[in-house]
Design a protein. Structure first.
Length: 261
């Protein structure tokens, strides 16, 4: 059975206005708590499985001490953290996508934005819904401020749908401490025309480099609770905030390729 959401036309119009022509994002679309539990289980399973491959003794330590993914920083020193979490290891399996596409959350997005596909920029063969870990006080776990559109401009090998489309990004906090960690956004920055940046090749991937001084950007930390998504314009400036909390921050992301109407 396909779950249906029960949002009004007006709610949908307001959210689209916020994303496309207002502040550039909305935080009004939430993952219902039971669905957040399912997402947490799926991420934890993939996290543990990857650690099992890297070093089974760390899995024993995790089980014995009942360490949850939000306490990952307690075991990451036993692992080759920098090497083991390439993006493809964090793309959830197709079975997850098959559950997700019938979820209330996914159907709410469809009711607000219309029909969409989720992009497969890692070329794994199914839509890329992937998670991210940001440990406390680890500046190297976050990237600089950017527009997601830059990645698409720099990489012309990303598979595309067979319909005219535009992109909107979805970022969902899974374990987050509001005010201490999460996503930085600059409201209205999708409209800025003064942003200087460059492309640079690193590890065979073209990555954008921001050419702005810190005082030229005005990022704020999105105050979101677990499950409260940030749905944002492809041109919005955003980035990870250095984690000033107690827990490892876990978030989930995907890009909607929305059918132009
Ligand atoms: O979670 C982060 O640190 C960055 C997220 C991001 O860049 C995105 O969702 O596009
Ligand atoms: Fe991004």
């Amino acid at each position: 059975m396909i779950e249906t959401s029960c949002i009004s036309e007006e709610f949908g119009r307001e959210q689209r206005q916020l994303v496309y022509s207002g502040q550039g994002y909305t935080t009004n679309i939430n993952v219902p708590p039971p669905e957040l539990d399912t997402i947490r289980s799926a991420i934890k399973e993939q996290w543990l499985y990857r650690i099992q491959i890297a070093d089974p003794s760390v899995v024993s330590k995790i089980s014995k001490n009942n360490i949850d993914i939000s306490k990952y920083h307690l075991v990451s020193a036993d692992l080759d953290h920098a090497a083991m979490w390439s993006k493809t290891t964090r793309v959830l399996p197709i079975s997850f996508f098959n559950w997700f596409k019938k979820s209330v959350f996914c159907n709410t997005l469809k009711d607000v934005f219309g029909l969409f596909q989720i992009s497969d920029e890692e070329n794994v063969g199914w839509p890329n819904i992937y998670w991210r870990l940001v440990r406390p006080n680890e500046p190297s776990d976050i990237g600089p401020m950017h527009r997601d559109a830059w990645f698409w401009q720099l990489n012309n090998n990303f598979p595309l749908p067979d319909f005219p489309f535009h992109r909107v990004k979805v970022w969902i906090p899974i374990y987050v401490e509001p005010g201490a960690n999460g996503l930085l956004v600059e409201p209205f920055s999708q409209k800025r025309t003064d942003i200087r940046w460059n492309g640079e090749e690193r590890h065979g991937i073209n990555k954008p480099v921001l050419l702005m001084n810190d005082d030229e950007l005005k990022p704020i930390l999105a105050q979101t609770i677990p499950g409260q998504a940030v749905v944002f314009n492809d041109l919005l400036l955003h980035g990870g905030a250095v984690n000033k909390g107690e827990l490892s921050r876990v978030s989930l992301e995907f890009t909607m390729l929305l059918k132009n109407s």
